[in-house]
Design a protein around this ligand. Sequence first.
Ligand SMILES: C[S@@+](CC[C@H](N)C(=O)[O-])C[C@H]1O[C@@H](n2cnc3c(N)ncnc32)[C@H](O)[C@@H]1O
Length: 265
Amino acid sequence: MRAVSSNDERRALTALLAAAGCVAPSEEADELLEAAAGSADALAQMTARRVAGEPLAWVRGGTWFAGRWVRVRAGVYVPRWQTEGLARRAAALLPEEGTAVDLCTGSGAIALALSASRPRARVVGTDIDPLACRCAAENGVEARLGDLAAPLGAALDGRVDVVTAVPPYVPTGAIGYLPRDARDHEPMSALDGGPLGTDLLERVVVAASRLLRPGGVFLVELGAGQDALLAGPLADAGFTTPLTLADDDGDLRGLEARLGRPAAT
Ligand SMILES: C[S@@+](CC[C@H](N)C(=O)[O-])C[C@H]1O[C@@H](n2cnc3c(N)ncnc32)[C@H](O)[C@@H]1O
């Protein structure tokens, strides 16, 4: 094994990453050097993949999410820091021995955060992508393969305390504006939400209403303007008026809605 690294090598790596368009090249250089653990061959391989545009999390084998290391296999959606607030809020709402379902679980990042916070709760994730399911299972998540709630059968219908979901919600016409890592590498099945971005969001609302007990809480991530588009489907499915969730930049990131109409006065 050839060894790295001197300050010169770090500087050269930073310059290479900057030239490849990485937005935080010196931080990424540090991360790659740490992941290479002194092996020049490993560093060269990882650098080549990153320069070619692969997401850093795939190159490193994982990423931090809500304070935990999450393994992210190449080919699986990379959990975003903007989702951490939704995961933390869901954990706060989940009873100690409650039940949660994370629809569209991907690497299982949200499910993992829920289990870490509520170790005695039952947390199940579902995903339609076998690679994502395998990745979630490697992260210790009980992961079921299939469309939304279908792989759960009827066993949890009306019994779940918290349902979370980060479905694909990017409008098809906006895919081209995503950062290169996502646009050119992440699976379209994790990103493309149809013409308005709401194709799967609307189906997730119906699945959540089936799973939740009365008073149970649904937390869903979505994009700008999609809160208005989801208001009707949420009301039709029996949810109360949703609260909006913002990320740390103050941007709309999601909705939180309870199943069950307010008592008549
Ligand atoms: C935006 S990613 C979110 C992954 C994860 N929740 C996270 O935040 O990192 C969307 C995920 O939904 C999955 N997905 C797409 N269509 C689905 C469907 N009909 N049923 C279940 N999962 C689906 C994709 O495979 C992908 O893993």
